[in-house]
Design a binder for this molecule. Structure first.
Ligand SMILES: *[C@@H]1O[C@H](CO)[C@@H](O)[C@H](O)[C@H]1NC(C)=O
Length: 406
């Protein structure tokens, strides 16, 4: 009896609570609609299947001029959008929420700034919402002016982040960029999380995420399938973490290329951990140009990696010279030091499982290789572990047999 009464009271309590919760939710919903910090493109004439360029610029201006937190919202739907730069500095922290799919114009020539969507000089920034930036790359790939040595340099990058600090980019998709998907320059403390990057394996120069002159960058739990490097880390990168990234198709995760230009800044502190490469051209790679300007790359660590059918799983290439653009016989002047490769397993698609080809002018220093198990099934096997101008320190078990074992 006592327990029954208690039960009844509790049910009544629950009813009262539910009633007041519903009232509260309605109130909150009403308040959210009228919330001054939310800048929905529909308020500015943005419509599904329409061109939202002007609406999104107005929404951004409103949000950026708002003190405290504010939010730009592109709701579910399909939209067209021309080249846009979202500039700061803004008066408060800003969130850009894309729930729908935004499509770039097709063809070339439309993009004077070299990019489609640029986020510029913003401190305290979030890009989220689960939506998609569709770069419409299929409209330009394979055209005659853009194949082989012709670099397609005049095609736009889909998403540029220039001088962004304290940023979070999560849960968005970049589809079919015309050139790079995502480029970072001069950024500090920016995290990419659960981002999807998708383009066909034969799409030219569609690097996934390229970064340069940036520090404190984390790329986590991200899926990259594209036609060039999944992640490429250029000069002036410091304190970079790439973790739980899957790559393939693509050209792998690269540091470089370095040394092509004068006044390049050092690359210091890169960790690539817990990543999987599938059917990629390279696994992890450090690449520098021969006949190059001087520079350094140090404190570079690659650990717990799985390679599935990768052409060159572990590669230092200091004679990187695609399309014979350089005098390959003059050695690179980029000094590489304090590098480790540890616990790298899987299968190679050529016999060149481990290739450490360092510069004759500045041999690699303090390179450690521990626990490698890479199998190769081809008739010209077995797999090899090649060293040129480097004398690595070995640890753990090794397959293939390392260069220093005669
Ligand atoms: C880095 O950026 C994130 C995201 O904006 C922020 O929450 C965090 O406090 C920042 N960290 C530092 C050290 O400023």
């Amino acid at each position: 009896m006592f327990s029954n009464q208690y039960y009844n009271n509790n049910i009544m309590g629950l009813k009262i609570n539910m009633g007041s919760t519903i009232a509260l939710l309605l109130l909150l919903a009403y308040a959210a609609n009228a919330q001054p910090g939310v800048f929905d493109i529909r308020k500015y004439g943005g419509k599904s299947n329409g061109d939202i360029t002007q609406a999104v610029i107005k929404a951004w201006q409103g949000a950026c001029q708002t003190a405290g937190r504010s939010k730009v919202v592109i709701p579910k739907g399909i939209y067209r959008m021309g080249a846009v730069t979202f500039s700061g500095p803004c008066k408060g922290r800003i969130e850009f929420q894309i729930q729908g799919t935004v499509q770039a114009p097709g063809g070339r020539g439309y993009f004077k700034s070299g990019s489609w969507v640029t986020f510029l000089r913003i401190d305290g920034f979030t890009l989220s919402g689960g939506g998609t930036f569709d770069g419409k790359g299929k409209s330009v790939w394979g055209t005659k002016s853009c194949s082989g040595i012709k670099y397609c340099g005049d095609l736009p990058i889909s998403l540029r982040f220039d001088f962004i600090s304290n940023g979070l980019i999560q849960g968005i998709t970049s589809l079919d960029s015309k050139q790079f998907h995502i480029n970072l320059l001069g950024c500090k403390n920016v995290t990419f999380q659960r981002v999807n990057i998708i383009a066909p394996g034969n799409s030219p120069n569609t690097d996934g995420i390229h970064l340069g002159r940036s520090s404190g960058i984390r790329i986590l739990d991200t899926k990259i399938a594209t036609g060039d490097d999944c992640v490429s880390i250029g000069d002036g990168s410091r304190d970079i973490l790439v973790q739980r990234v899957t790559c393939g198709p693509g050209h792998g995760i690269s540091i470089g290329s370095l040394g092509k230009y004068t006044n390049e800044e050092p690359v210091v502190g890169v960790k690539v951990l817990d990543c999987t490469m599938t059917n990629t051209q390279n696994g992890v790679r450090i690449k520098t140009w021969p006949n190059s300007f001087a520079g350094t790359a140090s404190d570079l660590h690659f650990e717990n990696l799985v390679m599935n059918n990768v052409d060159y799983p572990v590669l230092i290439d200091q004679s990187y010279c695609p399309w014979r653009q350089c005098k390959a016989q003059i050695p690179s002047k980029i000094k590489i030091s304090d590098v480790s490769f540890k616990n790298i397993k899987g299968t190679a698609n050529t016999k060149g499982a481990v290739k450490l080809i360092c510069s004759k002018a500045v041999p690699c220093k303090n390179v450690k290789v521990t626990d490698i198990d890479i199998r190769y099934q081809g008739k010209d096997g077995p797999a090899t572990f090649q060293c040129t101008n480097v004398n690595p320190t070995l640890g753990g078990k090794h397959n293939p047999l390392p260069c220093t074992v005669k």
